[in-house]
Design a protein. Structure first.
Length: 279
């Protein structure tokens, strides 16, 4: 009887480990050595701000493709390309903010996993760049904004605990501009939980973000901005190698203190669809 119980328990552990290995929606998942993971997203954002004098509304659509390659079972290289399109922003002077629907950004980064029993750790670093002139040369004329490519570096550390039924985790991120006078920085902290039932997986969390801005010009001033967002995601695993899902981000509140352009966010929400393929 004891041997039978031991065998059943061992089988359960093996099943749990296998399920974790093929849960491509898990925030700690990385493709195994020699494997590729494609992550395709398309999303829409709607937002409205009010600086006490004028109200600005923004409607943005964004598409992105990321391809991760497993150099080893715990280390992956990630390439990404995105495009901002169908942009509609009402400025006070009724001047178009973006030039067109072809606004590409590019990224290259690495991710590393470390597993110690049930304790899960993942860290990543990404370099991002975009040609600012293709985005906003109609709005920002002859300024540093359009003189050079935008360059930024971001990194994160994610720590979770595999409880079997759920995986609670926390994440710290840092983002900073490179090669610019302002060199803005942004940081965030997320508390989340991931859960998988057979073919369905869900992820929910709250993210706190704050940044420091350094404005330029005669009326320049520094700003310290804070916001809290609710992040939700639901995925359906068609099989071990393919999933489709939906995600959303909803602004809960914050405090914006930019001296030259104080803006209270009335609403800011994002909804998107994504598909992941492992091959």
């Amino acid at each position: 009887m004891k041997l039978r119980t031991l065998l059943l328990a061992s089988a359960a552990v093996m099943f749990t480990t296998s399920a974790m290995a093929v849960d491509i929606t898990n925030p700690f998942y990385l493709p195994a050595k020699g494997k590729f993971l494609s992550d395709t997203k398309i999303q829409m954002n709607r937002g409205k701000t009010d600086n006490g004098v004028t109200e600005n509304e923004a409607k943005t659509s964004y598409a992105r493709e990321e391809l991760a390659y497993g150099v080893s079972d715990n280390f992956a290289v990630v390439l990404g390309i995105g495009n901002t399109f169908d942009y509609n922003r009402k400025e006070a002077d009724n001047k178009s903010f973006y030039n067109n629907d072809h606004n590409f950004d590019y990224s290259i980064g690495v991710k590393y996993n470390y597993v110690n029993g049930k304790l899960l750790t993942q860290a990543g670093v990404t370099y991002r760049t975009a040609d600012a002139e293709t985005f906003t040369s109609n709005y920002y004329e002859d300024t540093e904004t359009n003189e050079r490519w935008l360059k930024a570096l971001d990194g994160y550390v994610r720590v979770g605990y595999d409880m079997g039924c759920i995986t609670p985790y926390t994440e710290l991120t840092a983002w900073g501009e490179l090669d610019r006078d302002a060199n803005e920085q942004e940081y965030s902290w997320k508390l989340g939980v991931h859960k998988k039932w057979n073919k369905v997986a869900a992820d929910a969390g709250v993210r706190y973000t704050f940044n420091e801005t350094e404005d330029e010009g005669v009326d320049a001033g520094n700003g310290h901005n804070e916001r809290v967002d609710l992040e939700l995601a639901v995925d359906y695993l068609v099989n071990d190698n393919f999933s489709v899902g939906a995600y959303a981000k909803y602004y809960l509140g914050g405090d914006y203190k930019e001296e030259i352009d104080r803006k209270d966010i009335e609403y800011d929400r994002t909804i998107g669809l994504n598909a992941k393929v492992l091959f």
